[in-house]
Design a protein. Structure first.
Length: 115
């Protein structure tokens, strides 16, 4: 995939246009999100970056799950947000939805984030 193609896909994911026809009204992923884990709001995750940059860091504030405390990184990958540790191991995979990120951790636990 060329750099231009990747840029177009990332822009489409951030603005809500997707090849599968799923609409998202998220202007961008960077910013603060409430993490719902285990049936309750457990903490705030703050994604760094700008709408045209497909990667950044994730800062955990509050009582986040242990896996999110080691300065994880976030990246956009084909309309999904992937959170990985400093060594690149995927910890969570989230689908971009309407003002919400839905997915699961690498251990299979359901999580979602909302503004």
């Amino acid at each position: 995939m060329t750099r231009r193609s990747a840029s177009v896909l990332i822009t489409a994911a951030l603005t809500g246009a997707s090849g599968a026809g799923h609409a998202s009204h998220l202007a961008d992923v960077p910013g603060r999100w409430l993490l719902h884990h285990g049936g309750r709001v457990s903490c705030v995750l703050s994604f760094s970056g700008a709408p045209d940059i497909p990667h950044g860091t994730v800062a955990a504030m509050g009582f986040c799950p242990q896996m999110l405390l080691g300065l994880p990184r976030g990246r956009l990958d084909a309309g999904r947000v992937v959170i990985s540790n400093r060594h690149g191991r995927k910890m969570a995979d989230l689908a971009v939805g309407r003002d919400r990120l839905n997915g699961q951790t690498d251990t299979g636990e359901a999580i979602f984030l909302e503004r």
